[in-house]
Structures are given as structure tokens and as C-alpha cells.
Design a protein around this ligand. Sequence first.
Ligand code: ADP
Ligand code: MG
Length: 339
Amino acid sequence: MSDIIKLLPDHVANQIAAGEVVQRPSSVVKELLENAIDAGATTIKLLIKEAGKVLIQVIDNGKGLSETDARMAFERHATSKINQAEDLFKIQSKGFRGEALASIAAVAHVELKTKQENEETGTCITIEGSKVISQEVCVTPKGTVLSVKNLFFNIPARRNFLKSDAVETRHIIDEFHRVALAHPEISFTMLHNGNEVFRLPASNQRQRIVNVFGIKTNEKLVPVEEETDVVKIKGFVGKPEFAKRTRGEQFFFVNDRFIKSPYLNHAVSAAFEGLLNDKVHPRYFLYLSVDPQRIDINIHPTKTEIKFDDEHALYAMLRSTIKHSLGQFNVAPVLDFDR
Ligand code: ADP
Ligand code: MG
């Protein structure tokens, strides 16, 4: 008899996990921005070079990490955000799986510079393909600078599979939009190849939407607001003339997290019934707050799909609330809108 089963070494397990978590540069952007938010940052800067293929850097003024934690952060299933199984049902943070940094470090060259508030000096650590290359004391401002270089340097198939810079940049901007819209209270900037793409000062929901999508957006927004025992809805839908043929600006946020939900999307479309022809899609920016106990966000590694306790009630409420808001604003039907 011979035994053939063995536990995979960590760096192999990390690389496999990276297959799910790190699909392309924009996945790295999402994870790093979310970590900065979880660290309590009020100012977050994103720098990318060549659509993130060469560099993705996120600079935050959050709480930083200790010397030991700076290393621990790259271990798989290492997280400061949950302790026990019960915590999974009351998640307030963006992260909790403790997988992102381990996965990213398995498939890129990573440098972390970080300093906590009351420390004199910080710590700088470099990791390549899960291997710690160096760690040194360094001078760096309070907060964290995380740089990801040469993504997929050790997975040629994946690197070759990346799309053109234009396409990858589009994905990055999509992620940036989602995070920036979810957190209007945080100031964000984004630079691509040294050029400023976005500068978004801390503000409120409406102002953030306008700063992202342009001043003309302002007059096209219809406010939506409702609160029940189960859910609080706040946000905006676009007036029918703001609808487009492409499904771009459609955003659901649940407890400040962007999510995709074809089911709830249908509820919004249903609210627009009779106001839009079926070739165009309504714009919306809808922020839902629900008791974290009533949702499950752990069904997908990227956490963009979640499960609600009572989807049907939510559907009905969303639909009637939006219908009511549209009615109040005397929105006239636009049936032949060709755009
Ligand atoms: P998760 O976010 O699920 O906890 P990550 O792999 O993304 O897992 O990060 C691991 C840990 O590293 C986090 O739990 C957090 O403690 C720490 N960390 C990551 N990014 C930052 C940051 N920008 N500032 C402070 N701490 C960070
Ligand atoms: Mg994280």
C-alpha cells in the first residue's frame, strides 16, 4: 500500500485561490480599495500604470499595520476582521475571508509600506510569488501604501489572456466607480500613467454621483427614499430620458457594498413600466441598508452576489417605492427614446 495524498504547499494553495480572487488587474484594485476602507481611511489614492499590468498602487491614510501583522497579512485565511463563525452573520467590513493579499502576493510582486499612528517608523516588506524577499524598518507616513507590480508574472497563460489596456482600464474604472459611489464620505483620486482620471472630494451621495458622471447628471436624478423594519432604501433613479441602451449606470449597494442582483434589477425595471420602451435600461443608484444577520455575503469569493432572507418582500418594496418617487416627480413617459 502506498499513500499518495498530501497537503499542498501554501504557495500552491495561494495560487489556486488567486485563480478565483484575482481574475484581472481590476480585481486587485477592488481588493486594495476595500482594504483601505476597512482600515478606516478618509483619503484613498489609486495609481495605475499601463492598465494595472505594470503597477497598481493604493495609498491610504488608514490605521496601518504593525511589523508582525505586515507579514501575517499575506498568510492565507489571515484576517483582523472576524474571529469566529458567528461573526460571519454580522459582517460590517468589506473583507473577512483573509484571502486577497495572500492570493495577490502569489501572482505578483508586492510591496507593502505601512505605519501606525503612534509609531515613529513604519515597516516595508517585499514579496514575490508568496516569498518574503525583505522586510525593513522604513520612513513612511501614517497609513498604508500597497504596490502590486507585474501581475501574473508567474502565470503566463493568465498574463497573455489579459485584454487591451483600454479594456482593462475600463474594468478598473468600473471597480473604482463602485467603491467610490459606495463611500461618498471618503475622498478618492485616481491617476493613470501619471494623469489624473478622477478627483472626488468627500461629499454626499448625490454630489458623488455628479462628480463621477458629470454635472448634467444632477438634474436627471429622482430621489428615492423609504424605510421599513426590514430595509432602508435611499438613493436615486434616473429620469426616463436618462435611460440608455447599454446597461452602464446601474448600481445596487447593500450595506455600502456594491452587489449584482438580476432579481432586484427586475424590480426597478418593473417600476419603470410604461415609462420606458424595452430597448433602454433605467439608470439607478440605490443604497439599501439591511440587518447584516438577514443577508449572506459569503456565497461568492468576490462577494458581489449576496443572499437576502426575504427577497420577495424586498422586490415588492423596491418596485413600489420607485414607482411612487417617479409619480411624485411627474415623470412623463419617454417611449421612443433612441439612444
Ligand atoms: P481581509 O480583508 O479579508 O481581512 P486581506 O487579505 O485583504 O483579507 O487582508 C488581510 C489583513 O491585512 C486584513 O484583515 C487587515 O488586517 C490587513 N490589511 C490589509 N490591507 C490593509 C490596509 N490598507 N491597511 C491596514 N491593514 C490592512
Ligand atoms: Mg481584504
